[in-house]
Write a protein that binds this ligand. Sequence first.
Ligand SMILES: [Zn+2]
Length: 343
Amino acid sequence: MTQPLLQTTIAGSLPKPSWLAEPAKLWSPWKLEGDALTEGKRDAVRLALRDQESAGIDIVSDGEQTRRHFVTTFIENLDGVDFQKKKTMRIRNRYDADVPVVVDAVTRKKPVYVDDAKFLRAETNHKVKFTLPGPMTMVDTLYDDHYHSREKLAWEFAKILNDEARELAAAGVDVIQFDEPAFNVFFDEVREWGVKASERAAEGLTCKTAVHICYGYGIKANIEWKKTLGSEWRQYEDTFPLIQASKIDQVSLECHNSKVPIELIGLLKGKDVMVGAIDVASDQVETPDEVAATIRKALKYVAPENLYPCTNCGMVPLTRDVAIGKLKALAKGAMILRKELDI
Ligand SMILES: [Zn+2]
């Protein structure tokens, strides 16, 4: 069966059921333990799949139901980082957090999400996307007392991510996405080594590879930061040409309710573009027409076969009802354009 164009997908996360973790909270602790937790996570993945499929989303994810946080959970499964010993550090130059310390060489003792990916693959006939943190964003959540070089640490993480990603692809994952919100903050480092580290993480992968850059979840620290970015957000102007020249296949950008000039998509010639048509910083559910309007604008700069209507970022901080409403609006908005273009 040929796939329709304008394949819809989500940035990654969805809210968790309240029996699994406290809703609307980042790093929310699990409410279950042991085998009950393992079973609960899988049930939550089934629900996340059902919500996406019944809303009409084409490329589905596990909604990150098995992890407490998109960066921390991956790092917790590695050796070389001490989570007991914490130091205070600025995250993305924006807020202070007590972060774990790199005390030794970082290594992956065993696959982190590969069983989750196999489960996801077995539970749906849709194409599946799996998200991993990007090397630079991982570096930015840790105090480095071993390598004393952000670049070196990023490179080690990139090698680890590549090992993990190859196994995810072998498990049948169609799209592997590296989440790099840090790309919107450390522009010199992105140019010097950030994009290269992403390419190293994606090296040799036969599935599609993606980078998700964004302006973050709709949490207070991010909303305050966005107020300082001026009337036009041109940060992608620095980064997109670098990604355009890289081997990464897909790039995301926030479009709906953002101040990103849409013409910046033009800097991504030849790439697939995940067009953010859903605002994750608002409880207001978009109408299908609003979604369609965003896609229509983006179509001036990217061909329909390269355009993937998407959310701006993860939806984990939202309520489940709002998130489901937004999934439906996204799928319906894409349908409007498919009819309009007769594709
Ligand atoms: Zn994001």
